[in-house]
Design a protein. Structure first.
Length: 239
């Protein structure tokens, strides 16, 4: 009997400790506010994406903080510890592990999409579009405007595209595309979005969310409103 196709979502996250997350943003708003904002981004994505795909994993680090992560996820999410090594090694490991598990379960088609917690404006529709794009292309990328990517997806196989990349730089996207092209791997691209790593990107997000909420008065999402309040508080605009 054929198995149903599965869409696996992985949300990569670090434990929210001041001084260890959003360090570039912390230069402008302080360690504690940067940490609180990271936690707000992560919580927002967990809530917004809890019905996306057929399986959702919070891919967490470090492993010894499992209890803390367990306390913030609903039943619709599972936990999966990140492996050791650089970001590329950790992503490769997660993709490989998920595809290996899919083979054991004899899934007809397995798609895996990963995102991070740096881009809170990722919508459920964007992730669903990524899964749909994998019907036509074996790889899908959600490019971020800073030269990296906020989403990466693959179908059935973990391609070897994580080597010789300088992570956390503006060359990540270009280097990844170059590897795909060298190997002759087709890929789809989603709409560019902005990671929030520095003050300018946070200000841009505040402006964009304010405009979107004002333009859609009758369709205001309580979760979006709450996130905007968190952003304004971090910027000292509360009240």
């Amino acid at each position: 009997m054929s198995k149903k196709a599965q869409n696996h979502l992985g949300l990569f996250a670090k434990f929210w400790q001041p001084g260890s997350v959003k360090t570039r943003l912390a230069v402008s708003i302080g360690d504690q506010k940067a940490c609180d904002l990271y936690f707000a981004f992560l919580s927002h994505l967990i809530r917004k994406l809890q019905a996306v795909g057929t399986d959702r994993q919070l891919v967490y680090s470090p492993p010894e903080r499992e209890t803390g992560f367990q306390e913030i996820i609903p039943d619709s999410w599972g936990l999966y510890p990140q492996s050791g090594g650089c970001l590329g090694t950790r992503m490769h490991s997660f993709f490989s592990d998920q595809f290996e598990l899919a083979k054991r379960r004899e899934e007809r088609v397995s798609k895996v999409v990963i995102i991070g917690a740096d881009c809170p404006q990722i919508k459920p529709a964007a992730v669903e579009q990524a899964f749909a794009s994998l019907d036509q292309s074996p790889v899908v990328i959600g490019p971020s405007v800073d030269g990296g990517y906020y989403l990466l997806g693959m179908r059935e196989t973990c391609f070897d595209i994580f080597k010789e990349i300088e992570w956390s730089t503006s060359t990540v996207l270009a280097a990844t595309i170059a590897q795909l092209q060298r190997q002759g791997i087709d890929f789809a691209m989603l709409e560019p979005l902005e990671d929030v790593d520095e003050l300018n990107s946070l200000l841009a997000l505040e402006k964009r969310m304010t405009r979107e909420i004002q333009e859609q008065v009758l369709l205001v999402d309580d979760q979006e409103t709450k996130l905007l309040e968190e952003i304004r508080f971090a910027l000292g605009r509360s009240g």
